[in-house]
Design a binder for this molecule. Structure first.
Ligand code: PLP
Length: 392
């Protein structure tokens, strides 16, 4: 048995992929599985984006690029961020990376080490904690509460910052809860951060374009006073249904971009070139594909929330963003992971138990409604039958 360095005994996982593997295995055995587990849009990448990648290859764009990404793409990102947030940034601070995840990986590696603390949302995206533990830093969960509509609390967040805090991770709109933190709360947090000008803040805004009912996403980029401490994480995966393209981007403070660039050079050199051209087409081209997808998600959101609230022992808040419902199942008497597993094995519904997103996820399930209305309706019927049989 080969022994790696200890850090690899601490690295975690993303259970959504384990559930996906089990769901695929059951489907291959002939079972009818409805997949509400994995967090990816069930729409095709819009055609003009695909064409841009094909054209790039035909035009001979298949060599290495700059490690931070081709300049026209970084310029496109700068322009769109200016339009969306008013921020005036330089393309020199932008870095294109193979997926949104990569920015959290880099930021946590940059600031995590034994003796340091990194704050992250709980429940939250599981890779935050996994990577924090990998570095040997102490993970400090920032509670995300249902009674607060799954927004983070500025007060509670600020109260957890101390001299050991090396990085603060924020996420809105949020996975797994669909929570969107209101502007007033973000303003309060930004005000409190004036007392911590040397604290790096990683704002994961991968779901920035995915809000409902006309609610506007508040980006930390809107607050110019954070410019020397803010790392912005965003990407193409969710907005343009491009999860498999592996395309993300970050905005780094000037003091960090060179370190980020070197890390890329040491690992992946650059993001695959045709995808970068596709990235330009996605941002600059027609947005009707995004609008169409968001309208569909809006209809499904209602279907899933109404359906869940009609089930015995289950209550579900209406998520304000992303494409996840996070129902409270405490009254059913089930432990969340046991229920998720029983629903997969016995009822053929793949979804994720809340504890896969942190200790505070106990008592909840995560359902991705990136699935057809027909599938959602069938899944709700199966859940209803399952729960009524089990409570008899
Ligand atoms: N951040 C959050 C909150 C996510 O939910 C995800 C994906 O599910 C990511 C980042 C990673 O995105 P990507 O697939 O682009 O790496």
């Amino acid at each position: 048995m080969l022994k790696t360095v200890e850090a690899f005994d601490r690295i975690g996982d993303e259970n959504a992929f384990t559930v996906l593997a089990r769901a695929t295995e059951l489907a291959q055995q002939g079972r009818d599985i409805i997949n509400l587990g994995i967090g990816q849009p069930d729409f095709k990448t819009p055609e003009h984006i695909v064409e841009a990648a094909v054209k790039a290859l035909r035009d001979g764009h298949h060599g290495y690029t700059s490690a931070t990404g081709i300049l026209p793409l970084r310029e496109t990102i700068v322009t769109s961020l200016h339009t969306e947030t008013g921020a005036n940034i330089s393309p020199d601070n932008v870095m294109v990376v193979p997926g949104g995840k990569v920015t959290m990986f880099m930021a946590i590696l940059m600031f995590g080490e034994p003796g340091k603390e990194i704050m992250y949302p709980d429940p939250g995206f599981p890779i935050y904690r996994s990577m924090i533990e990998f570095t040997g830093a102490t993970p400090i969960p920032v509670p995300i509460r249902e009674e607060n509509d799954f927004a983070f609390s500025a007060d509670e967040t600020l109260s957890l910052i101390n001299k050991r805090t090396a990085l603060l991770i924020l996420n809105s709109p949020a996975n797994p809860t669909g929570g969107v933190t209101p502007r007033s709360e973000i303003e309060e947090l930004v005000k409190g951060l004036e007392n911590h000008p040397n604290l790096p803040v990683l704002s994961d805004e991968i779901y920035s374009r995915m809000t409902y009912d006309g609610l506007r996403h508040t980006s930390l980029m809107e607050f110019g006073q954070l410019k020397d401490q803010l790392i912005l994480l965003n990407g193409w995966s969710k907005t343009w249904a491009m999860t498999g393209w592996r395309m993300g981007y970050a905005v780094w403070p000037s003091s960090l971009i060179e370190k980020a660039r070197k890390l890329a050079v040491n690992c992946w050199s650059c993001v695959n070139t045709p995808s970068q051209y596709a990235g330009i087409a996605a941002i600059e081209g027609p947005q009707d594909g995004v609008d169409h997808m968001m309208q569909a998600f809006g209809r499904r959101r209602k279907l899933v929330v109404d359906g869940l609230n009609a089930l015995p022992g289950i209550s579900c808040k209406t998520p304000k963003g992303a494409f996840y419902a996070f129902p409270n199942i405490k009254e059913t008497g089930w432990q969340a992971k046991a229920l998720a597993s029983a629903l997969l094995e016995e009822a053929g519904i793949a979804l994720i138990g809340g504890p896969d997103f942190g200790v505070l996820g106990e008592g909840y399930l995560r359902l991705s409604y990136a699935s057809s209305q027909e599938n959602i309706t069938r899944a709700l019927e199966r859940m209803s039958n399952f729960l009524s049989q089990k409570s008899n």
